[in-house]
Write a protein that binds this ligand. Structure first.
Ligand SMILES: *[C@@H]1O[C@H](CO)[C@@H](O)[C@H](O)[C@H]1NC(C)=O
Ligand SMILES: *[C@@H]1O[C@H](CO)[C@@H](O)[C@H](O)[C@H]1NC(C)=O
Ligand SMILES: *[C@@H]1O[C@H](CO)[C@@H](O)[C@H](O)[C@H]1NC(C)=O
Ligand SMILES: *[C@@H]1O[C@H](CO)[C@@H](O)[C@H](O)[C@H]1NC(C)=O
Ligand SMILES: *[C@@H]1O[C@H](CO)[C@@H](O)[C@H](O)[C@H]1NC(C)=O
Length: 434
């Protein structure tokens, strides 16, 4: 560290001298030295090996090593970097360090020095290209590289897990925002038995690496959430994300122009992710399949190929390849969640066994779900009016969202809240009966 500091100040002094000494004098004094210095630096470069860690490989495949290095360096920067950028998200008290652009850092590993540098290449009309370089003495390379990189990777992963916020990716998945939906399985207004079933299924899935390997299956799981609007599909997704700690990719199918783009999006997603396709009945042209089978019987095979190329939208076959065909194999620990308000409108091909592992009906508020809401919103565990609520809830077809709204409105007074709820339940029943 000390030595690096001296060299840096020497260069600083030279730069200063150069700025004050007239250039003719400078050339005379240092022209000779300069030619030897450049020779020296090429010689030194030959002694070193450099490695580059780009954020994206070949343009769009995310490099898994990059975030590990970033986290690893963030811990070093706080102690050793001479320039670091600081960042704090508005909702945490943590301050994060990052090695500043073009800044270099020396690290000792097993008594051997390695040098890191953070590079940013500005590009017009495109995102900046970011990468780290790692330099070490060529003679240390054999000895060190594998072991050192494994250490960096493990260290980075560990830090990431401790510090990371779950991310929500939307549209083309190139940007994300921290995902802080407050719903958890504890707050979800759901029948306890059903909830337990889902939690058990998720746990089994997350611990299932061995099983999926042994069975030769892709490590993924598909859930179909269906039921009327307002029954908590988004909260369910947030709760699953909270339980698993996975990132959420919200896939807007209508914004994906064709099957090719869909495949590229899938390749961007990382392991341990939840891929959500909401309102699948609305976003996919479901007439597509029927029309294709009609055209298949009338047209030659060539025409169909042409047609598939020409049609600029995502097809059901593309979507099925996305979830369980060949494409889905590049990665693991993925959860696919489809949601729909109208399960009847879905193509049977999507519902066939094995496509979606679990069909989850999110339905109207039950009494046990209501009790949970009462506990969360009113902090009431028992109440004289509960028995009557239980009676009235039967067949009232109130969604958890509607019940929540009434309880929240009167959260200061539990009795008033329950009375209002009862009135609403009764009038709803009266309307449906008459
Ligand atoms: C889940 O939610 C709880 C309560 O909001 C929070 O403390 C916890 O950190 C969350 N877990 C994950 C993995 O986000
Ligand atoms: C599919 O066929 C139906 C009737 O056969 C038609 O109404 C619909 O517009 C067609 N859809 C497409 C995408 O061609
Ligand atoms: C889906 O995969 C099958 C075989 O795996 C292939 O024949 C079909 O063309 C693919 N569909 C699309 C839209 O790529
Ligand atoms: C992603 O999953 C694949 C297949 O299981 C595995 O080989 C790879 O190491 C995983 N990547 C990460 C970052 O865990
Ligand atoms: C709560 O509401 C009930 C019925 O609407 C009312 O009788 C009672 O006075 C209210 N209590 C408070 C503390 O406002």
């Amino acid at each position: 560290m000390e030595f690096v500091g001296y060299v840096a100040s020497l260069f600083g002094l030279l730069a200063f001298l150069k700025s004050v000494v007239p250039s003719e004098i400078w050339d005379v004094c240092f022209g000779f030295a300069k030619s030897h210095l450049s020779f020296l630096s090429t010689y030194l470069n030959k002694l070193h090996s450099s490695f580059y860690i780009y954020e994206y490989d070949e343009g769009f495949v995310r490099n898994d090593l990059y975030p590990c290095v970033k986290w690893h360096l963030s811990s070093l920067s706080s102690a050793h970097a001479s320039a670091a950028t600081l960042f704090s998200a508005s909702d945490t008290s943590k301050i994060r360090f990052r090695l500043a652009e073009d800044e270099a850092l020396m690290e000792m590993f097993d008594g051997v020095a390695v040098w890191w540098q953070h590079h940013v290449k500005r590009r017009q009309d495109e995102d900046d290209e970011r990468y780290f370089s790692l330099r070490m003495r060529a003679s240390h390379r054999q000895l060190l590289l594998g072991r050192f990189l494994n250490y960096v990777r493990a260290h980075g992963k560990e830090l990431e897990l401790q510090n990371r916020e779950k991310q929500l990716y939307t549209s083309d998945f190139s940007r994300s925002i921290p995902f802080h939906h407050p719903a958890t399985f504890d707050t979800l207004a759901l029948d306890p038995v059903q909830k337990q079933e889902i939690v058990d299924d998720l746990r089994e899935f997350m611990e299932g690496e061995e099983f999926y390997k042994r069975a030769g299956r892709t490590w993924k799981r598909g859930y179909l959430l269906y039921g009327p609007p307002g029954t908590g599909k988004s909260s369910m997704i947030a709760a699953i994300s909270n339980f698993t700690g996975y990132d959420v990719y919200d896939l807007e199918l209508t914004a994906v122009s064709n099957n090719n783009d869909l495949r590229q999006l899938l390749m961007i997603t990382t392991n341990k992710s939840i891929i959500v396709i909401e309102d699948i009945d609305c976003s996919l042209d479901l007439s597509d399949r029927a029309n294709k089978s009609v055209s298949q019987s009338t047209n030659s095979k060539e025409d169909i190929g042409k047609k598939e190329l020409e049609t600029s939208h995502v097809t059901l076959s593309g979507l099925l390849n996305f979830t369980d065909g060949l494409w889905s194999c590049c990665g693991s620990e993925r959860i696919f969640i489809f949601t729909t308000n109208h399960i009847g409108k879905l193509d049977p091909a999507l519902l066939r066994a094995g496509r979606m592992d679990m069909h989850i009906l999110l339905s109207y508020c039950t009494f046990s779900a209501f009790k949970l809401l009462a506990k969360n919103y009113l902090e009431v565990l028992e109440h004289d009016l509960f028995a009557e609520v239980e009676r009235e809830m039967e067949g009232a077809n109130f969604t958890p969202a509607a019940v929540s709204e009434i309880l929240i409105q009167h959260r200061k007074n539990a009795t008033a809240a329950l009375e209002n709820l009862l009135a609403a339940l009764k009038s709803a029943k009266f309307n449906t009966c008459s």
